[in-house]
Design a binder for this molecule. Structure first.
Ligand code: NIG
Ligand code: FE
Length: 413
């Protein structure tokens, strides 16, 4: 049984309640077997049965549950750097989209790639994310918007999930926008989603969730409700892109349909916040998207104070969040969303696991949970997110095996 000792600070995130409680243990040790945690606690309390294993040295560093990026658009073709400079010069995201750019231009670039090309891009992003301490990634479609390319993106995720590296949880976002070929008949596109795409996705067991972008430029609440009802019948639980650019009542819809999460929420109303709290929907905040779109941040403090679990993710995509750097998003959550480093860590681990319905399995270090953890070159959580460096992760361990950083350091005798 492997034993990691000399952990200066261990954040277990073992409590389900209180966003600020990250279950800190100083001078700690961690024991795992068969990819699962066997024991976590103070060094001077290691049970005798766990004393003589292969011993590794954390070097007095911080150890956290592997980070969970619970909202990404991992598979896409091309980039949109031209739009980045257009937006900086003052052109709005919606104006760019109305002119044929935005999501639709990534749809063109994604449809042009074959499955292997899409896979090799997504594989490279996933490896780079692992080097930051990420051990689970939620990955959405949404750049196919036709049966074959939506299925192709999901097959890419299924193939990645078979390879060593971060775990993949897939979401079908066929309801990202109405593709240009359905511009004059949006109802026909909603029919395509409900009658063809979602049944094919569920039939092939290629996704766990179904998502919709509820926004004036994308889908209305009635359209989204229909999509979610179909998804639910097929066993695909709802997630929403909600209240990102305008208050479209997305949070209220998330509560009504029993969504696992409502994501973005820069424009959520007080009524929407109460709805999320009442229904136990996780609020997934995406500070990189807020930053790139130069928006006011979502009211994370108010949400936490009203009892909403607030997660933090990257939203990695070629338009609104072209960075997969989750620790950077976390630093922004502290500074812009006024979340403490502890609250932010819980938002990128345990509550991110809740946002993908995997709480207890990943996102915490407790008996029976996955031995997914990151060894961070910092003395504690406050210091890590305060003295931000882009490469603080020394080792990433997934299912008990080191994936990034080379083999763990053995204890020298
Ligand atoms: O999560 N809001 C909608 N979808 C993405 C943006 C996708 C894009 O611009 O390509 C988001 O921000
Ligand atoms: Fe998104």
């Amino acid at each position: 049984m492997p034993l990691l000792e000399n952990i200066g600070c261990l954040a277990t995130c073992r409590s389900a309640d209180d966003q600020a409680d990250i279950g800190l243990i100083y001078d700690a040790a961690l024991v795992w077997r068969g990819g699962r945690v066997q024991w976590a606690g103070p060094s001077d309390e290691i049970p005798g049965a766990h004393g003589g294993e292969t011993r590794y040295d954390a070097g007095g560093r911080l150890v956290i549950p592997g980070l969970i990026d619970c909202h990404t658009h991992l598979a896409f073709g091309g980039w949109r750097s031209g739009e980045f400079s257009d937006r900086i010069r003052g052109r709005s995201y919606l104006d760019i989209a109305a002119g044929g750019g935005g999501i639709v231009s990534t749809v063109r670039a994604t449809r042009a790639l074959d499955e292997d090309a899409l896979l090799s891009r997504a594989r490279a992003f996933r490896s780079a994310m692992a080097s930051l301490g990420v051990t689970t990634i939620e990955a959405k479609t949404g750049y196919g918007l036709e049966l074959d390319t939506e299925l192709q993106s999901l097959r890419v995720y299924a193939r990645l999930a078979e390879e060593a590296g971060p775990r993949i949880v897939s979401t079908c976002l066929a309801a990202h926008v109405v593709p240009p070929e359905f511009e004059d008949d949006r109802a026909a596109y909603v029919d395509l989603i409900t009658d063809t795409i979602l049944p094919a996705v569920a039939g092939a067991e290629l996704a766990v969730f179904c998502d919709a972008f509820v926004e004036t430029s994308a889908f209305g609440r009635d359209e989204a409700r229909r999509i979610f009802e179909t998804g639910a019948r097929l066993g695909l639980r709802p997630k929403l892109h909600a209240d990102q650019l305008t208050d479209g009542g997305g949070a209220e819809l998330a509560a009504e349909v029993g969504a696992v999460s409502a994501d973005h929420l820069e424009c959520i109303s007080p009524v929407g916040i109460d709805a999320l709290a009442g229904a136990g929907v996780v609020a997934v905040t995406l500070p990189l998207a807020t930053l790139y779109l130069d928006q006011e941040p979502p009211p994370a403090r108010t949400m936490i104070d009203r009892g909403v679990a607030v997660a933090v993710a990257t939203d990695f995509n070629p338009g609104t969040a072209p960075s997969y750097h989750l620790p950077l998003a976390m630093m922004l959550a502290c500074n812009r969303q006024r979340m403490t480093p502890a609250e932010t860590l819980k938002g990128a681990t345990r509550y991110a696991a809740r946002a993908i319905d995997r709480e207890g399995e990943v996102g915490s270090l407790e008996v029976g949970s996955a031995a997914d953890f990151a060894v961070i070159d910092a003395p504690d959580v406050d210091h890590w997110l305060y003295h931000f460096v882009p490469d603080a992760c020394r080792w990433t361990v997934i299912g008990g095996d080191a994936f990034h950083g080379g083999p763990l350091e053995p204890v020298s005798s």
